[in-house]
Design a protein around this ligand. Structure first.
Ligand SMILES: C[S@@+](CC[C@H](N)C(=O)[O-])C[C@H]1O[C@@H](n2cnc3c(N)ncnc32)[C@H](O)[C@@H]1O
Length: 251
């Protein structure tokens, strides 16, 4: 399938499911049950910084940036529904929001941003090399790129019959086409990549990698032990298999 066709399918689906992600994957959270920005401080200083979010969704992470003193708020998202929701979330502010694919050159300024970040959105890219090349170009020298995404091993470990079972192939990369997403009967294209692919593509794009975090559980859950659960996300499973990875890289 052509890249443009995959993006069209994903845009249609995200336009429909957007309300189901209202404030769901947003800073200070990096992912379900995972350590938060308050615990790991990857962003250093946000005050007076120019920031760009890739896959800004409902705008709640940009709101967090504003609350922490960012000087300029920029966001890109494929879904026009998400952009409308983000505008409402950020209505008192003056964000620059673009309905566009992260893979596309849309005139975002080069060498402009102190921080580019993405919370549970980068992995949707159909073209990781192009996306990272663009992100690198948007950053000032020494600027940082911080992102979180589902840990690539997580979907292959299933909780069934009181056991964790490995199903499918972590080694096999490519594009899965699902018939439905979030209970809606519209197809969506889910790229599958290994952790090493993210790391190697960052290096190829010119980034220096400063930190890789493999989904440690947040201290918020200290002392809580969850019994076996067959839910896709559970504290039980996350204590055994990381559900999120976070990378900080620098131009
Ligand atoms: C889980 S949401 C991110 C939520 C966001 N971090 C927040 O704070 O609301 C993933 C987002 O990625 C967007 N997305 C998916 N594919 C994209 C692409 N190719 N280019 C830009 N955005 C994309 C979706 O529309 C969706 O809003």
């Amino acid at each position: 399938m052509e890249k443009t066709e995959m993006l069209k399918i994903n845009k249609n689906c995200w336009d429909l499911v957007a309300p189901k992600f209202f404030g769901v994957d947003s800073l200070p959270k990096y992912g379900p049950f995972t350590v938060t920005e308050d615990e790991i401080n990857l962003f250093d200083t946000i005050k007076h910084r120019k920031v760009l979010e890739i896959g800004c969704g409902s705008g709640h992470s940009l709101k967090y940036m504003e609350e922490n003193g960012a000087q300029e708020l920029w966001g890109i998202d494929l879904s026009s529904s998400q952009i409308e929701i983000a505008k409402a979330t950020l209505k008192e502010l003056k964000p620059r929001l673009f309905c566009a694919a992260m893979e596309d050159e849309i005139g975002i300024p080069k060498d402009h941003f102190d921080i580019v970040y993405s919370i549970y959105a980068l992995g949707w890219t159909i073209d990781l090399s192009k996306t990272l090349e663009l992100i690198y170009s948007y950053l000032k020298k020494d600027g940082s790129f911080i992102f979180s995404w589902e840990h690539p091993i997580y979907p292959y470990v299933k909780c069934e019959s009181n056991s964790l079972i490995l199903k499918g192939s972590y080694q096999k990369e490519g594009y899965e086409v699902w018939d439905s997403f979030k209970g809606e009967n519209l197809p969506i294209v889910m790229p599958r990549r290994k952790l090493s692919t993210y790391i190697n593509k960052l290096v190829e794009a010119g980034f220096k990698i400063e930190k890789v975090i493999e989904g440690e559980v947040s201290s918020e859950y200290d002392g809580q032990n969850e019994d076996f659960s067959s839910n896709y996300y559970s504290l039980y499973k996350t204590r055994i298999v990381p559900n999120t990875f976070i990378i900080k890289a620098r131009k």
